[in-house]
Structure formats: structure tokens, C-alpha cells
Design a protein. Structure first.
Length: 272
């Protein structure tokens, strides 16, 4: 993957920036930041300004915060964020790190469409999910990100766990997930008056639940796939059933048909 390819994926579909508090459950006290591929990171911290590139790492602890990392023009940049010996993930966005006591709080701000692809990749098994199911998931994710009440955390609109949206790292350009985000770019669920912060779950157990949430009524829907295969419910069971969506996509359903099944009465519109 070249730096140019990643940049093209991220900036060719300009969309609003969303902020995600990442690694929060791991309670980091030390972080390393690396430039990805041929990008240069422009970093500001209590230690002064620095440019990070190549294999060099910027090491951050509570004494050096606050820290900001971006491109030379202040825009998004490709970076790798690491808790040494624990986890590392690649992101395309702007990074800000503050602290609460000795714990670091990294927040990555990225374009909405970049976040949509990253969340879909985290939510569904990529080796076994047809494009229409990935597209349906992308629409549900985009709807939630666009309409959920914010901020959901102090210092960030969302976190990277299932409390908000399960988000990992930036996906590869040309991957099925990137394609699904591109095919549905801007598409979201809405009523006649507002975007729906769509809920979804891994499996509905044979029938989705019903509830009135955020001015949208989730109607109970029969899910033939979960019933046929005796799949137990995993999650709250509202809205899109990921297991059912995969089965319908394999049967030849278009993503709009899948969305229409699990969100009865919802409209599909394009948002900015």
C-alpha cells in the first residue's frame, strides 16, 4: 500500500470529521506514534514541535501532554498508534492526546466515511460477507454516526467500543469494505423529519425486537435465516440483523432490499 493510495481513499470523499476516543479500555500510560508509509507527522507537545517520519517513534506519557499530531497543513495524516507490547492500530486522521492523572486519552478525528469503513470492518467477518451485506451495514453505521446524540464522551463524540461503535483501524483502499462505503457514500436512514441513529445486532434469534426510539418505531421482523439455523440472539435484536443480512445477500438481495426489510418504513436519503 502506498501513501498516495491511502490518501486518495481518505480525501476523495470529503465528509464531516468525527472524533473517537481510542484504547480507553486499555488505560494506556505510554503511547508510541509512528508515521505510516511515506507520511510525515507534525507533532506539537510540551516538549516542543517535532516531525516524525520513517521508523522513528514519538513516545508520549502524561508529562508530555497535551499532544497533537496532524499533517503539515493541519489536516489528517496516516499514523500508527501503539501501546508498547499490547496493541497497535493504523488510523487516517488527526490525533490529540490528553491525560487524566497518569492515564492517556488518545482521540482520533477522522472523516465520517473513513470511520464508516473502519466500523463495518470491525463488525462483520470480511472473508465471508457479501458486498450487499457490507453495504447495508455501512448505511446503518453512517446513520448512527450522523444522528446519535453527541458528544457521548468527555473530549470525544464517540469511543471505539460497542458502547458507541466498534472501530478498529483504517481499511485498505480497494478492499470490499472500502467498496461498500464508496457504493453507499452519503446514504443514511431517515424518517420524514430526521435521520435515524440506527441500531443493529449480531443476531436477532429469529425475530427482531420492537421499540420506539429516537422518533422511529422499530417493528418486529421475522428473520428466516436465524429461525432456519436456530441462531440464538446476540445483542439487543433491534434493527439490522447481521446474520440475516449476510444470508439475504448470499441469496441475491440488494443492499436497499436488506435495509428495507430490517427498517420498515424508513427512507433512504443522501446526507452531506
Amino acid at each position: 500500500m502506498t501513501a498516495g493510495a491511502l490518501a486518495s481513499f481518505a480525501v476523495s470523499r470529503v465528509s464531516p470529521l468525527l472524533s473517537f476516543w481510542v484504547f480507553g479500555l486499555l488505560k494506556p500510560t505510554v503511547l508510541n506514534v509512528y508515521a505510516q508509509e511515506n507520511f510525515r507527522l507534525h507533532c506539537q507537545s510540551l516538549d516542543g514541535n517535532a516531525i516524525v517520519e520513517g521508523n522513528r517513534a514519538l513516545r508520549i506519557d502524561a508529562r508530555t501532554t497535551p499532544v497533537s499530531v496532524a499533517a503539515a497543513d493541519g489536516g489528517p495524516v496516516a499514523l500508527l498508534l501503539e501501546i508498547p507490547g499490547v496493541i497497535r492500530r493504523r488510523y487516517f486522521g488527526k490525533l490529540a492526546i490528553s491525560c487524566a492523572g497518569h492515564l492517556l486519552q488518545p482521540v482520533v478525528s477522522m472523516e465520517r466515511e473513513v470511520a464508516v469503513a473502519s466500523i463495518v470492518a470491525a463488525e462483520l467477518p470480511l472473508h465471508a460477507t457479501p458486498i450487499p451485506a457490507l453495504c447495508a451495514q455501512a448505511v446503518a453505521v453512517r446513520s448512527f454516526l450522523s444522528a446519535a446524540r453527541q458528544p457521548r464522551h468527555s473530549g470525544a463524540q464517540f469511543c471505539d467500543t460497542t458502547h458507541c461503535q466498534f472501530l478498529r483501524g483504517t481499511v485498505l483502499p480497494g478492499s470490499p469494505v472500502e467498496r461498500a462505503a464508496r457504493l453507499t457514500a452519503g446514504s443514511a436512514l431517515h424518517t420524514v423529519s430526521a435521520i435515524i441513529p440506527a441500531h443493529y445486532s449480531a443476531a436477532c434469534g429469529g425475530q427482531t425486537g420492537s421499540a420506539e426510539l429516537d422518533n422511529y418505531r422499530y417493528s418486529s421482523v421475522i428473520c428466516e435465516s436465524c429461525r432456519r439455523d436456530h441462531v440464538a440472539r446476540r445483542g439487543h435484536g433491534l434493527g439490522l440483523c447481521q446474520t440475516g443480512a449476510i444470508s439475504l445477500a448470499r441469496a441475491g438481495w440488494h443492499w436497499e432490499e436488506i435495509v428495507g426489510k430490517y427498517y420498515p418504513g424508513a427512507l433512504i436519503g443522501v446526507i452531506g
